[in-house]
Design a protein around this ligand. Structure first.
Ligand SMILES: C[S@@+](CC[C@H](N)C(=O)[O-])C[C@H]1O[C@@H](n2cnc3c(N)ncnc32)[C@H](O)[C@@H]1O
Ligand SMILES: [Zn+2]
Length: 467
């Protein structure tokens, strides 16, 4: 990024203009700060990267996921490429082609004022979309791609990709939070985001920010996980889907948060696990960017996306099987060995978990087919989590709780709920019957630099039991 590029940036808190003060390397900014001309805040520039976000604002799921992304950054793009076909039975390329079409890059024409066209990817990650942008752009246009991300690990992967020299695109990278994009209104000719909005602490604000920085009339494209509401899915896929969306109680296209006044709103499924939500903002400024907490534009947004419950995912026989696996003594022994800091649990700990489990789940609703778990079922589910031999999943819960210093009661309840499902996966796999095998796997799991989930469990099994 050059000092001239800084002209496109604004202070993420007050939107004031920024001036670079510091050292350059050639014509690129290297170290120093971007000084806000309005509120005087100095935003650091380190190793050529502007850090335009407030650390204190990165909380909850954003903070946890940034931690995860920093760890998995080196494997992320390859994992998506190779694991996705195994999980959803269609390739990552087909999924990406589905949403690239909505960006409609082919219709970009050079601007009359000579300013380059600008494309913003919010959450650019390792830059896996860059080759597709390059592929789809018309030959004769002058384009700058801007990529913002919160994970320094993922941005480092993106820089590696850019250094490899395989791309001809002009790309500007910065550290920024999707909730406070450091750009003036109407700065970009395309704005898109893939794969992170379900983990945002405030998806409505993320969408409002994308709408704000998009030039009126240009496509805004958002892609993330949603199990195709119109498809039929086997147990394997329903379980895998829940596993990869562990951080989200209800992975769905956030139509209800599309800013008021948006036009051409299209929600479509680009593969079994991914939706693509696209829209445009009309030319009137007044209609743009609903502020966070503003009026939702379209009904409840729940149509076609009923809340899933354990009963939607596991049959009663499977659920009964989980409950039948109860062996409290064995479980206590395992937990005491692995979590000496929380086991045996203190009364405070039990109270917090119980409060979360019973207090934060949605209320019972007797109307089929959206029956929520009864109190008794919740209790049984909790018992099955604690008792079953799928203790790797209990480990996942505790890793999650330990990492999420600001975890909410709702999140704990959600994790417990999902852990019940994970437990089902382990039971169905049937491969962990011998206690010794489970303990060895758990030991490997505890040191694996992978986020909790089936990938971690499978990798741990492979490491623990090569053959
Ligand atoms: C699943 S990755 C996808 C990366 C890339 N868009 C792709 O399609 O391969 C999601 C990215 O969003 C980033 N991200 C998550 N929350 C963010 C936030 N609040 N602000 C900016 N980036 C965020 C993560 O760091 C991660 O790099
Ligand atoms: Zn400022």
């Amino acid at each position: 990024m050059t000092p001239a590029d800084v002209a496109l940036l604004t202070c993420p808190t007050c939107r004031g203009a920024l001036v670079f003060l510091g050292k350059t390397d050639g014509d690129a900014i290297e170290t120093g700060s971007l000084q806000c001309q309005r509120c005087a805040h100095a935003w650091p520039v380190r190793a050529g990267l502007p850090h335009l976000y407030e650390e204190g604002a990165v909380r909850g799921s954003d903070r946890f996921l940034r931690f995860v992304y920093d760890i998995i950054a080196p494997f992320h793009d390859a994992a998506v490429r190779f694991a996705l076909p195994l999980m959803q039975f269609s390739s990552a390329e087909a999924t990406r082609d589905g949403y690239m079409e909505r960006l409609d890059l082919a219709s970009l024409a050079p601007r009359r004022d000579g300013v380059p066209l600008r494309i913003l990817e919010v959450g650019i990650g390792g830059g896996a979309n860059l080759p597709l942008i390059e592929r789809d752009l018309p030959m004769d246009v002058d384009v700058e791609v801007w990529g913002a991300d919160l994970s320094v690990g993922m941005i480092a992967q993106c820089r590696r990709r850019l250094r490899s020299g395989r791309l001809g695109l002009r790309v500007r990278l910065l550290m920024a939070d999707a909730h406070d994009l450091p750009f003036p209104d109407a700065s970009f000719d395309r704005v898109f985001h893939v794969g992170g909005i379900a983990g945002y602490r405030d998806p409505a604000r993320g969408l409002a920010e994308m709408a704000r920085v998009a030039r009126p009339g240009t496509p805004i494209v958002v892609v993330d996980e949603q199990l195709d509401p119109h498809g039929s899915h086997g147990l394997y896929q329903r379980l895998i889907f829940r596993a990869i969306t562990i951080y989200d109680p209800r992975p769905h296209a956030p139509r209800e948060h599309v800013p008021a006044g948006a036009v051409d709103v299209v929600e479509e499924q680009v593969s079994r696990f991914y939706y693509c939500l696209s829209f445009r903002m009309p030319p009137t400024r007044a209609a743009q960017a609903t502020p966070p907490g503003g009026q939702p534009p379209m009904s409840s947004g729940n149509e076609g996306h009923p809340m899933s419950t354990v009963k939607d995912i596991l049959s009663s026989a499977e659920l009964a099987n989980l409950v039948a696996g109860y062996d409290e003594a064995a479980m206590k022994g395992i937990l005491t060995g692995f979590f000496p800091q929380v086991y045996p649990p203190t009364q405070d700990y039990i109270d917090a978990i119980s409060e979360a489990f019973y207090g934060a789940l949605p209320p019972d609703d007797a109307t089929p087919p959206r029956t929520m778990l009864s109190l008794r079922d919740r209790e049984r589910c909790l018992i099955s989590i604690l008792a079953s031999r799928g203790a790797g999943l209990t480990l996942a819960i505790h890793m999650y709780i330990a990492l999420m210093h600001e975890i909410s009661a709702e999140e704990i309840a959600h994790i417990l709920f999902l852990a019940g499902i994970y437990t089902g996966v382990d039971n169905l796999a049937g491969g962990l019957s011998a206690e010794v095998k489970m303990l060895t796997t758990l030991k490997v799991l505890a040191v694996l630099p992978l986020p909790p989930g089936p990938l971690a469990v499978i990798t741990a099994l492979r490491v623990a039991f090569p053959r």
